[in-house]
Design a binder for this molecule. Structure first.
Ligand SMILES: Nc1ncnc2c1ncn2[C@@H]1O[C@H](COP(=O)(O)OP(=O)(O)O)[C@@H](O)[C@H]1O
Ligand SMILES: [Mg+2]
Length: 315
């Protein structure tokens, strides 16, 4: 009989002979794949997860995700939420920063201050740019979030906030395929996820991992958003594919559509980093136009999902 007494990151297990309790000094590699580890983690997390139930008064929830950091998830989530509000001003759109590890929505939406509790003891979301809601865990308070702590933080950010009424809640997620995604997908009815990627093979590989995770969690993927596809030389107009040009091939392999593609543009970066998203700061730019198109596609998607739900509830 073998007992596991320790393991290190590369998955090696030190075995002990239990009868003698003398280490046999043998390292063997166990054939645990990443999938096994993820399945085990899902099981463990599942024990502490709340039951999957809708957010009262929130009609639709979509996630903005990617495997990798720095590819433009938050930029996409922020501009998308703002564009949805711009093209359908009567709709209520929320924006939740679920990146408890490194929240950046407050900076990009120029939101500050402490959220207040209302009479129902729910946190009032902070507002900027019309009715788009932003909510934060302040950057300074970001601590080492792990497993159940992440779940509890997300529980507060979703169920203890006065979100209602909302037509759509756009959720910005942290990089990777971790506890946040698992927790969100297992506790909330997610209509779909937008997967953001840059065109280099390293980013696309982790994107593939993210797509597999959503597949397992039964979260439909709305499509892929390619960000920083290339840069255009301001002198001669030549295209520079500085991150490679692999997105189309990978999207085809994953069976996904690239629903929008954004080139790298310093104006975009300046806008978002100064707290005024391009959709407001540069409404006539190509990027703003593309975000409005993306918003339109997301509205169509959630409308179809809403109809499907209504049909299903009749049966
Ligand atoms: N299309 C773009 N053109 C230029 N800069 C961009 C573009 N998209 C994102 N950025 C910049 O890249 C950085 C990372 O973007 P961010 O949205 O924070 O990524 P993530 O949320 O995936 O970590 C930010 O400084 C942002 O301003
Ligand atoms: Mg981010």
């Amino acid at each position: 009989m073998l007992t596991k007494v320790g393991n290190n990151v590369c998955g090696r297990f030190l075995l002990k002979n239990v009868n003698s309790l003398v280490p046999c000094n043998t390292f063997i590699k166990l054939k645990h794949t990443k999938d096994d580890v993820n399945a085990h983690r899902a099981k463990v997390m599942g024990r502490g997860l709340p039951e999957k139930k809708p957010l009262p008064g929130v009609k639709s929830i979509i996630l903005v995700a990617s495997g990798k950091g720095g590819v433009g998830k938050t930029t996409t989530a922020v501009n998308l939420a703002c564009a949805m509000k711009v093209i359908e001003p009567d709709k209520e759109i929320g924006l939740l920063d679920a990146d408890v590890f490194g929240p950046s929505v407050p900076l990009m939406m120029n939101i500050s201050g402490e959220p207040m509790l209302n009479d129902d003891h729910l946190i009032e979301p902070l507002l900027n740019y019309g009715h788009v809601h932003g909510l934060l865990v302040s950057g300074e308070n970001a601590v080492v979030w792990r497993g159940l702590m992440v779940m509890q933080a997300l529980e507060r950010l979703t169920r203890h906030v006065a979100w209602a009424p909302l037509d759509c809640l756009v959720v910005d997620t942290p990089p990777g395929t971790g506890d946040t995604h698992l927790s969100l997908a297992q506790s909330l009815p997610i209509d779909g996820a937008l997967v953001v990627t840059t065109p280099q093979s390293a980013a696309l590989q982790v994107t593939k991992r993210g797509v597999n995770m959503f597949d397992k969690l039964k979260v439909p993927i709305i499509g892929m958003v390619e960000n920083m596809s290339h840069a255009t030389c301001i002198e001669c107009g030549a295209r520079n594919h500085m991150f490679g040009n692999e997105t189309r091939k990978s999207a085809e392999q994953m069976g996904l559509d690239i629903i929008e593609s954004f080139e790298a543009d310093q104006n975009m970066s300046d806008c978002i980093n100064s707290g005024k998203p391009a959709i407001y700061a540069l409404p006539d730019s190509i990027h703003a136009e593309k975000y409005r198109k993306l918003a339109n596609k997301v509205f169509k998607y959630i409308e179809t999902k809403g109809k499907e739900r209504a049909e299903a509830s009749k049966q």
